[in-house]
Design a protein around this ligand. Structure first.
Ligand code: PMP
Length: 436
């Protein structure tokens, strides 16, 4: 997150913005952060565009939650209709719930045939851990070194990106991100397998065993790593051999964002034991899910009551179903693939030869641009400068990675050709300023 500014000492802020920032700070908990040194106040959204009160049009190249576009009319209509008719929990027979479950599961490999709905990605990951522990009898969790999987006490304990203020659990073992530069001869699969085998050894040595490996299929908070496709396969084999489960966290990459398939794990030619979904699922209406192999969840389901009051209620299901309608009817998977390719090519030609470019990574509409300083070390200052310069020019992105030096470009799937052109033209101007 690129922010950290003091409203009283920022000459960029007009009086109204300064007042608003102070009012927020007076009443909101200390965890609230704002994007950008010059915060954006928005009042309306449409497609990949956000508008302020004066009608200034900001190009949203960052938000994955409104995946089919801000306030998509089909989703708005479905939610309005449903909220006026009925909104209740899953303990009644309701055709829409089951129809959506069937439709969602049809996008998965056939082995993944059971779904439980919840409200947030954190809840889905929390449930996945409970099920994994129940099914394996083990306790340990393996994650990458800058992973984020959520905010419950249990899930925060295996979300190292939260930093040293949020200690990892004693049952957690981290491995490095799948960065080809760290791998001997660039063999990412062998590098990851070696690491996971060491992590398994440590967990077994401490008597914990491996309950689960959690992997965000695009390694977003680690700095976006998509390639080479297939590198997760030997890692998952090693976890299975140790009696653990593989949880694919699709909260960020899922719902066709990567362009080549519905789910990020499919790039790697593997079938997870559990898949967790969230963010884009309801285009902003809270809904998430954990999808399971039936044999893994059966006993837990029989013996442990799991009732999530709002999870899978009628209105979120209506929103989620409308999201799938739009992804299919507007061909958003193909659009993510093609627009993403055009964006990466454009970024490559703008940045080719720049000594500040370390790498351009990603696939579909999930792109990471890693920046470095003259000594070749992570350059968060330049990333901050670039993100804020783009904001002043009306284009919204952010930065991530352990060094906060990876520009994260992750627009709504509604991002179209004209949006990509505007993005690239503006990016070229900001790069000329910030990367000179
Ligand atoms: N997993 C990943 C990969 C995420 O990026 C996030 C949210 N940033 C979560 C889980 C948690 O989702 P939520 O904020 O909906 O609880």
């Amino acid at each position: 997150m690129v922010n950290a500014f003091d409203p009283d000492h920022s000459d960029r802020l007009d009086d109204r913005t300064r007042r608003q920032v102070r009012r927020r700070a007076d009443v909101l908990g200390p965890g609230y952060q704002l994007f950008y040194q010059h915060p954006v106040e928005i009042v309306r959204g449409r497609g990949a565009h956000l508008f302020d009160a004066e009608g200034r049009d900001y190009l949203d190249a960052y938000n994955n939650v409104p995946c089919v576009g801000h306030c998509h009319p089909h989703v708005v209509e479905a939610v309005q209709r449903q909220v006026a008719q009925l909104n209740t929990n899953t303990r009644y027979l309701q055709d829409s719930l089951v129809s959506y479950a069937e439709r969602l599961l049809a996008t998965f490999p056939r082995q993944l045939s059971k779904v439980t709905f919840a409200c947030t990605g954190s809840e889905a990951n929390d449930l996945a851990l409970r099920v994994a522990r129940y099914a394996t009898g083990n306790q340990g969790v393996i994650v990458t070194s800058c992973a984020y999987h959520g905010l419950t006490a249990e899930v925060a304990a295996f979300s190292p990106s939260l930093g040293p203020g949020s200690p990892l659990g004693a049952h957690v073992q981290t491995i490095a991100a799948p960065d080809p530069r760290l791998a001997k001869e660039g063999d990412v699969a062998a590098f990851m397998r070696e690491q996971v085998e060491a992590a398994i050894w440590h967990l077994q040595r401490r008597g914990l065993g491996v309950a689960a490996l959690y992997a965000d299929s695009i390694f977003s908070s680690d700095g976006v790593f998509a390639d080479p496709a297939g590198f997760l396969r030997p890692v998952v084999d090693a976890v299975h051999a140790a009696g653990g489960l593989y949880v694919a966290d699709e909260v960020q990459p899922g719902f066709t964002r990567l362009g080549d398939s519905w789910w990020g794990f499919q790039r790697h030619g593997i079938v997870p034991d559990i898949v967790t979904l969230g963010k884009p699922m309801g285009n902003g209406i809270p809904i998430s899910a954990a999808v399971f192999r039936p044999e893994i969840t059966e006993e837990f389901g029989r013996n442990v009551r799991y009732f999530n009051t709002f999870g899978g209620s009628t209105v979120p299901i209506a929103a989620a179903s409308a999201v799938m309608d739009v992804i299919e009817s507007e061909g958003l998977q193909a659009r993510a693939r093609e627009t993403g390719r055009a964006l990466r090519q454009g970024l490559e030609s703008t940045l080719s030869g720049s000594r500040h470019l370390a790498a351009i990574r990603g696939t579909g509409l999930f792109i990471g641009v890693e920046l470095q300083d003259d000594a070749g070390t992570p350059d968060s200052a330049r990333a901050t400068l670039l993100v804020n310069d783009l904001r002043e020019r009306g284009v919204l992105i952010s930065a991530s990675g352990p060094g906060a030096n990876v520009l994260k470009i992750r627009p709504p799937l509604a991002f179209d050709h004209a949006d990509a052109t505007r993005f690239l033209e503006t990016f070229a101007k900001s790069a000329a300023t910030a990367l000179a």
